[in-house]
Design a protein around this ligand. Structure first.
Ligand SMILES: Nc1ncnc2c1ncn2[C@@H]1O[C@H](COP(=O)(O)OP(=O)(O)OP(=O)(O)O)[C@@H](O)[C@H]1O
Length: 479
C-alpha cells in the first residue's frame, strides 16, 4: 500500500467529528477538503478532482447515499467510502451496489479511517491503470529495434540514451519515414517511465475538432456526437508518455492548450469546467522545419521553446553510410536472398521515403521474386533507372525556366569551371523551380515532392538566389 498523500474530500455535517477527522488526516500529510453538506460537495467536485471521498450517510438535505448517486450520475471518477452511525447489513449492501468502494461505522478509530482511505486510493489507481492498459492494448505496437550503425545513427542513439532518463519534452525532427516514432519509443524505453503508458496521436491524420477531443477528451453533450464523457489521451497517458506526431500540424487554436499542459500539467475536457492535472512526458515529432513555422507565424514561439528543450534530428537514409545493408539484413527474412546487383541498386538509391520506402520495396520484391532470390528486376523502375545512371528528368520541366536565370557557377568565385558540374546544377535548379511552381510556391509540398527536407529546399533556394544575383564575369560564364 502506498503512503503518498491522498487528495481527500470529507463530507460530514457533525462539526466536531468533521474537524477532528480533517485535522488528523492533514497532520498525516493528506490534502483534505472538508465540507458540511452534499450540495457543497457536488459544487466542489465540478471544479476539482479528488481521489477519495468520505460521505456521512445521515446528513440533513442530501443524504450520503443520495450524494453518492449524484456523483455516479455525473460520472465523477473518485473512490467513495460511506460512513454511518447506524450500520446495518442492508445499508452496507445498498451503498456498495450504488458504487461505494467501502463502508465504515462510527465511531471509528482515526487510524482505521486513514487506512481505509489509503486502500480506496490504491483501488482508484488500479482502476485507472486498468483503463490505461485497455486503451494501450489497442494502440500499442510491437517494439521495433533501432537498426543502424552509421555514425549519424550512432550519435542519435547516444542522444536517446542521454535524453531518455529525463522527464523533459523532446522534439524529434526528420523527413518522413526516417523512424521518428521508432526513436520516440526508444526514448521511452530508456526512460524511468518505460513500464508506463506510451500513447500516440498523429495531428495530421485527424480533423481539427477531433484532435482536440482526442487530446483533451470531452464532456457528454459538449458537441453533436458527444454521446458520453470521454477521457482524452492526456488522461490516458497520465504518468507515462504521449507521442505527438506531426506536431507542426497542431491547429493554432490548440497550441495554447498544449502549452498549459506543458507548463503546469493542467487541462480541461471540451465542455467541462473541471480543471484536471496530469503528469505526462511529451515527445513530439515533425517533418516540418518548426523554426521556420515560428518565423512564418504558423507555430507559437513559446510552445516551440517548450517542446524544443531537447531536440534531435534524424538523418535521411541516404546520409546513413552502411545502414541500407543493415536494414536489408533485418527486414529480409530467411529464406530470401538478394543478389549483388540488386543490393548495389538499393545502396545507391536516394530514398526520398527513407526507411519506410526501403521496407516497402523489400516487401514488394519478396512477392515478385522468382523463388527466393531477389534480383534487380524485382525492384521498382525508379530504383533500376537510378542504378543505371538514367535518372530521367522530364524535359518539359525546363520550359518555365528562362535560360538567363540559370545559375552560372556553383561556387561563384571559382575561375576554373567544370562544365559537367555547371550543367548538373542548372538541371537541379530548373527541376527544383519547376516543382515549386507546380506546387504554387508551397515549399513544404515542394520539398515533399522532391524528397528532400524542407530546410534543404530553403538552403538550395538561397544558393540559387545568391548565384543568380551575382554580377556575371567572364570567368563564370556558363557554356
Ligand atoms: N532505424 C530503424 N530500424 C528499424 N526500422 C525502422 C527504423 N527506422 C524506421 N523504421 C521502420 O520504418 C517505418 C517508418 O518509421 P516511423 O513511422 O517511425 O517513421 P516516421 O519518421 O515517424 O514517419 P512519418 O514522419 O511519416 O510519421 C516503420 O515501419 C519503422 O518500424
Amino acid at each position: 500500500m502506498s503512503d503518498l498523500p491522498i487528495k481527500l474530500l470529507l463530507v460530514e455535517d457533525e462539526d466536531d467529528f468533521r474537524d477532528t477527522c480533517a485535522r488528523w488526516m492533514q497532520r498525516k500529510g493528506h490534502d483534505v477538503t472538508a465540507v458540511a453538506s452534499g450540495a457543497e460537495a457536488l459544487g466542489l467536485c465540478e471544479k476539482e478532482v479528488f481521489e477519495v471521498a468520505v460521505f456521512d450517510m445521515n446528513m440533513p438535505g442530501m443524504s450520503g447515499m443520495e450524494l453518492l448517486q449524484r456523483v455516479q450520475q455525473a460520472r465523477i471518477e473518485m473512490e467513495v467510502i460511506i460512513l454511518t452511525g447506524q450500520g446495518t447489513i442492508e445499508s452496507a449492501v445498498s451503498a456498495m451496489k450504488l458504487g461505494a468502494c467501502d463502508y465504515l461505522t462510527k465511531p471509528c478509530a482515526l487510524g482505521d479511517l486513514e487506512h481505509h482511505c489509503q486502500l480506496a486510493r490504491d483501488l482508484g489507481l488500479l482502476r485507472k491503470e486498468n483503463r490505461q492498459l485497455k486503451a494501450l492494448i489497442s494502440r500499442d505496437r510491437p517494439k521495433v529495434p533501432l537498426v543502424g550503425h552509421s555514425q549519424s545513427m550512432m550519435s542519435v542513439m547516444r542522444v536517446v540514451e542521454k535524453v531518455g532518463p529525463t522527464d523533459k519534452p523532446v522534439l524529434i525532427q526528420g523527413e518522413s519515414g526516417t523512424g521518428k516514432e521508432v526513436v520516440a519509443r526508444a526514448i521511452q524505453q530508456a526512460s524511468l517511465l518505460h513500464d508506463k503508458p506510451f500513447v500516440t496521436i498523429n495531428c495530421a491524420a485527424l480533423p481539427e475538432q477531433l484532435v482536440e477531443s482526442e487530446l483533451f477528451g470531452h464532456q457528454k453533450g459538449s458537441f453533436t456526437g458527444a454521446t458520453a464523457d470521454k477521457p482524452g489521451l492526456f488522461e490516458i497517458a497520465d504518468g507515462g508518455t504521449l507521442f505527438i506526431d506531426e506536431i507542426g500540424e497542431l491547429p493554432p487554436a490548440l497550441q495554447p492548450k498544449l502549452l498549459r499542459v506543458l507548463e503546469d500539467g493542467s487541462m480541461r475536457r471540451i465542455g467541462s469546467h473541471r480543471e484536471r492535472r496530469v503528469h505526462v512526458r511529451i515527445i513530439a515529432a515533425t517533418n516540418r522545419d518548426l523554426a521556420s513555422e515560428v518565423a512564418e507565424g504558423n507555430f507559437r514561439e513559446d510552445l516551440f521553446y517548450r517542446i524544443n528543450l531537447l531536440s534531435l534530428e534524424l538523418p535521411p537514409l541516404r546520409e546513413r553510410e552502411g545502414d541500407v545493408d543493415r536494414l536489408i539484413e533485418h527486414y529480409l527474412t530467411r529464406p530470401w536472398r538478394i543478389d549483388a546487383d540488386a543490393r548495389e541498386a538499393l545502396r545507391g538509391y536516394h530514398w526520398p521515403g527513407n526507411v519506410r520506402q526501403l521496407i516497402n520495396v523489400l516487401q514488394r520484391a519478396m512477392i515478385l521474386a522468382e523463388g527466393h532470390d531477389i534480383t534487380v528486376h524485382d525492384l521498382p523502375d525508379e530504383i533500376r533507372n537510378d542504378a543505371n545512371g538514367m535518372r530521367i528528368i522530364d524535359p518539359s520541366s525546363f520550359r518555365s525556366v528562362k535560360s538567363d536565370s540559370l545559375p552560372l557557377s556553383t561556387s561563384g568565385s571559382s575561375t576554373l569551371c567544370d562544365d559537367s558540374m555547371l550543367k548538373l546544377d542548372d538541371i537541379a535548379k530548373a527541376h527544383v523551380l519547376e516543382v515549386l511552381a507546380r506546387e504554387n510556391g508551397n515549399k513544404a509540398r515542394a520539398a515533399r515532392k522532391l524528397g528532400i527536407h524542407r530546410r534543404k529546399l530553403y538552403r538550395l533556394l538561397e544558393r540559387f538566389e545568391a548565384t543568380t544575383d551575382e554580377p556575371q564575369t567572364e570567368s563564370t560564364t556558363s557554356t
